[in-house]
Structure formats: C-alpha cells, structure tokens
Design a protein around this ligand. Sequence first.
Ligand code: GDP
Length: 466
Amino acid sequence: MSRALLDDTIAAISTPLGEGGIGIVRLSGPRAVEIVDRVFRSPKGISLKDVPSHTLHYGLIIDPATGTRVDEVLVSVMRAPRTYTREDVVEINCHGGIVPLRRVLELVLKQGARAAAPGEFTERAFLNGRISIDQAEAVLDIIRAKTDLGLELSLERLEGRFSRPIKKIRAKLLGLLAGIEVGIDFPDYEEEALPREELIRDLENARRQVEYLLKHGRDGRIIREGLQVAIVGRPNVGKSTLLNALLQENRAIVTPVPGTTRDRIEEWVELEGVPFKLIDTAGVRQVQEDVERIGVELALKAAEGADLVLLMLDLGAPLTSEDRAIAARLRGKRTVLLLNKLDLGRNFTAEEALRALRIEPEAVLEISAEFGEGLEELKGKLIGLVWEGRLEPREDIFLLNIRERDLLQRAGEALKEVLANVREGATLDLLAVGLEEALEILGELTGENLSEEVIERIFSDFCVGK
Ligand code: GDP
C-alpha cells in the first residue's frame, strides 16, 4: 500500500501514552467526520455531520455493537482545508485514561479508519502542501526528543522477534504467488507448478501463524518466558552438543535472568520469532556416586516445569537401564524422542526404543548433533508444535501496538479470503490479487515494501499520531 494514498481515513492516538488522564484520538481523511459520528452520542442529539467547522462538542463514545459506553469525550470537528493535514480532521479528547483511549481507537478502526503509520499525519500535511519538508523535519526533531526510548523499543521490535516471523510468512507467500503466476502464464503447468493441496496447506499455515502472533502479542508487556524445552538424557548422549548446534544459528538475544540455578544451563534460541528456553543438565558432571540415580534426578529437575522434553538416546550404543529409568520418570510429559549419533550407525531402531521405554512421544527424530544432521527437522518439529497449538507459551511473547494488531488482523482476513477462494476453485488471477494484498499488508509490518525514497524515510521516523 502506498503511504502516499490519500483517499482513506487514518487514525491514531496522538498524545504520548501514559501521560496524564487526557488523550486524543485523531482522525484525518475524507471519512473522518462520518466515522466518528457513528460512535458519538450527543445529549442534544447533534449529528457531527451537521456541525460547523472548527467547533467542539460534548458527548459519549458508545460501542455501536454492544451499546456500551466507552468514554465521556469532547470532539472537535475541523473540515478541510484549514487543518493540520488539509483534510477533514476530527479529534476525540478522551478523559478516562489509557484504556478507554485504546478502546476508542479500536472502535474507529472498526468503523473503517486505518491505523496511521508513524508520521503519517505530518506526511499528509506535507503531501497536501501545507508544510515544507524542513518544517516536517523540525517537527520530527521535537518529537524525537520525547520518544527516543519508545523508538528504540519499537525498532527492536521491528528488527527482532516480531518482524522475523512475518518476513518468513511473506517469503512463503511470495513463493506461492510466484507459483500462481507461473500457472497464469503457462496454464498447462498449473497443477505442476502449484498443486492446490499444497497451496491450501501453505496458506493455512500462514494464516495460523498470523493468528498465533495476534494471540500471543499484547502491547506494553514485558517479555519474560518463552517455551521451556528441557534436553534430557544420560551423560554423553550429546545434549550439550545439540544445545550448541542450535545456539549457533538461532541464539536469541535476551536479558539474563538473575538467580538461574547452577546445576543447569539455560540458553535461548529463537525459531521463527518464537523464543525457546533450552535447558540442559550437562553443565553438571557426576562425581563417583551412584551415576544412575544422579542422572535421573538431573533429568527430572530439568524436565520439571518444562513445556516439552527432548529425550535423547545414543544410537551409537545399546539402550541402557539408565535410559529406561529416565524415560520412566518422564511418562506423561510432552516429549520428542531424539536418537542421536546417527552417524555411528544404529544399535537399535526407533520401534525398539519406543517399546523399551514405553513412551508415546510427539515425534521421533534421528539426528546427528555433532554433524548437524536432522537439526532442520527438529527445528521444524518444534515450531510446528507451536503453530499447531500443541505447545502453548504461558506468557505473551510479542509486543504489538494497535497499528500492528490492526495490520495483522487485516492480513489474517486477507489470507482467509484467499483460502476460501482457493477452496471454491477461483481463478488464479483472483488468487494472485488476494495474495498480493496479504503480502502488502504484511510488508507494512516489516517495512519491506516501503521504498527507499527520502520522503518516506523521513516520515517513517515520526511517531504515530503526529
Ligand atoms: P552430554 O553429556 O549429553 O551433554 O553429551 P555431550 O554433548 O558432551 O557429548 C558427548 C560426546 O558425544 C562428545 O564427545 C560429543 O562430541 C559426542 N557427540 C555428540 N553428538 C554426536 C553425534 O551426533 N555423533 C557423534 N559421533 N558424536 C557425538
């Protein structure tokens, strides 16, 4: 979506969040007055559509869906062209603090406004000829002084855990779009280029991922825990080797939590944006004592409270009583069985291991931690369990603002529509259009389809609402 498009109506909270009880939700665009009018109730029965420009009106914001009262407000109506953006501008002065402020914004978005991109109000002022680029930059400087921290936080979010999964989804969808385009150009190869089954599966996956992000994203919450995965097994099966192999490519940047126990190693990896805390007991080496007992106790400790256990066996040697003892104590835990050291050949088969250990894992994977074999499958399995909803993070793990939420919601809806179209056997052209739309919306989230033009760069530095 080109941000220079001026025919839609944008909205944002245009006062700094968390400061004071009063805040303003600002709308700009051709439908600003109409949209606010739908949620505004004046005690005098006034319709905002009839009021003169540059006037202020007292009333209530009501959720039209439920009839509930959201906040007591003062609404100012300013019609084009004598406004900040030279478009119709409506400002809703809310009194109830941050929660109603957000609800009011959500309500106007529901009525058809679009969440403003950072700096978009000022960008419109510039595009409509009201201010020069120098003036715009001056505004930017003032804003920046106040919001450095916020910017930093949002940049971190944009570059990090949130945008990575979106980029992945986009890449997948771009692949599908390419396939569809081949099908359009060479109808004879359509099935070959992109079997419908595959298309549906990949679209479903993308939609699920978008929903996952929405479900586990909350604004303003601190990220604490990801999914806890304990790597468990007797000594020397290759637990630390696996941990290190996974860390090499996927180490997550996290702030260490003080008070971590010394008898285990905890490291964070990030797969498709989802943080996993890997817990390994290999940091502790047994003294002479009863090796079996200690092995079991360590395993149990690591598995305690873990969302998932990776139970590791050594294919290079026969199963031992220790393997069985550990497995016995893990019964009932969600488990993935890893048969490591595949490079040394198989001393037992997966079936034999399952029978001997009497466990029912989510999956059995043969890997070679040392040589990196099977690690992609393992990562795919881990993230797959998350997307399928079988592994649920206990805390919200993404920071989303209202604009991001709005875009994600739209992306999800666009994908749903494409899916429905695929199922109804729609033409490839129609599918391509739908996919492009989803791609554009997701691109808004990662900034990938913003051009490198100076103007856009400058305006993207603004905070939302200005
Ligand atoms: P831990 O005690 O379970 O943490 O085991 P380590 O990760 O320390 O590994 C024990 C030994 O097994 C080390 O010498 C590793 O190099 C070796 N090892 C780990 N994974 C593999 C593998 O996939 N293949 C082979 N051949 N050796 C491995």
